[in-house]
Design a protein around this ligand. Structure first.
Ligand code: SF4
Length: 360
């Protein structure tokens, strides 16, 4: 089948095989990939609405026993620069975000073996009772797995207890590239790809929606990026539990792994192939935090229908050299400047158009 026929099939929602995905990703022009991805996005959502969520990320601890080589954020146990916030500190930041209209809170950190499950239960219960209008979309699969080890329980039991304390959904962090060769090279102490997928499956089967991410641009091959899309698509076929896919690229500064930063063109190609390959994912999110706001704006023509979160506060990629920040006003102006209408949503994609600064 020719590239043009493949693009046409994918743009109309037809499923690509792994080989077809690799072929399109490596051979089609950026323009053709983008046009097909945008066609697919507009047929899924025939509207100019572009959603975003008002959220913040609170990096409650930088102590981590996983030691990923691409990470500039973590400090090993007992390191002098390690920190763990008190519950009051975390609650203070939740209040600050809630006062600015945040409806979603991402509490994420390193995998700190000093913290027991009761620490998280008490924190989440306080957030739930003091800020009933915010949703806890928090903890990565790595943190859930770390807690399971500390407690000697299964990840599913940990998820059940945290859900009981107020955890509503899981962000897709910590996937990087779900290919064992890549994991061994960049995060050898992290759980293997099947375990990552297993914890996500557990969360989704417990009724917790999750997102999925891909951190590309470290040491993986182009084919391994499509392998990552393939395993995500297979789990989504099984559970339907992913709300959105969020590709973002590795920021190499201040990290042990080093390397080169991906280009804007790499970013747009990944977005476009993600929209075309992941035919069963509802939403594709522009992750402007690493490529920058203007790339986030361009992303709206490469398959994205969502601008992600306002991310009022974040440290992990900031420490790796990302300097992108945005006010809600700037984010909305970018969306409007691209010819779309900004619409606020919550974690579950319930639309809140009355909350947009630009008005309904
Ligand atoms: S990426 Fe996460 S799990 Fe890996 S070292 Fe950094 S904080 Fe720890």
């Amino acid at each position: 089948m020719s590239l043009a026929n493949l693009l046409d099939r994918a743009a109309n929602g037809g499923r690509l095989t792994f080989e077809e995905g690799v072929l399109l990703y490596t051979q089609a022009s950026l323009h053709d990939l983008g046009a097909a991805a945008h066609q697919r996005r507009m047929s899924l959502y025939p509207t100019t609405d572009v959603t975003y969520v008002i959220d913040t990320t609170i990096n409650y601890t930088n102590v981590c026993n996983v030691h990923c080589s691409f990470c500039a954020f973590f400090r090993p146990e007992k390191h002098g620069e390690g920190y763990t916030m008190s519950h009051d500190e975390v609650l203070g930041r939740v209040k600050w975000a809630a006062d600015q209209g945040a409806t979603q809170i991402m509490i994420q950190g390193g995998v700190n073996p000093e913290l027991r499950i009761e620490w998280f239960e008490r924190l989440f219960e306080r957030v739930r009772s003091e800020f009933p209008n915010v949703d806890l979309h928090s903890l990565s699969v790595s943190e859930i797995n770390g807690l399971a080890k500390v407690e000697g329980r299964s990840p599913r039991e940990v998820l059940e207890r945290l859900r009981g304390a107020g955890l509503k959904s899981l962000p897709g962090a910590g996937a990087e590239i779900l290919v064992e060769r890549v994991r061994k090279r960049i995060s050898a102490r992290k759980i293997v790809p099947d375990e990552w997928l297993g914890i996500m499956r557990d969360a989704q089967l417990l009724g917790m929606p999750t997102t999925a991410t891909m951190m590309f641009g470290s040491i993986e091959t182009l084919e391994e990026r499509i392998e990552h899309l393939e395993v995500m698509r297979a789990l989504q076929d099984e559970t339907g539990g992913f709300t959105a896919f969020i590709p973002w690229y590795y920021v190499p500064f201040n990290t042990p792994l080093r390397g080169k930063e991906s280009t804007g063109l790499d970013y747009l190609r990944v977005l476009a192939i993600s929209r075309l390959y992941l035919d069963n994912f509802p939403h594709l999110q522009a992750s402007w935090l690493t490529p920058g706001l203007k790339m986030g704006q361009l992303a709206l023509f490469y398959g994205c229908d969502d601008m992600g979160g306002t991310i009022l506060e974040e440290r992990v990629v900031t420490l790796a050299g990302s300097t992108n920040v945005a006010t809600r006003k700037q984010l909305e102006e970018l969306v409007i400047g691209a010819g779309f209408r900004p619409v606020v949503r919550d974690t579950y994609w319930n639309l809140r158009p009355e909350m947009a600064l630009a008005g309904a």
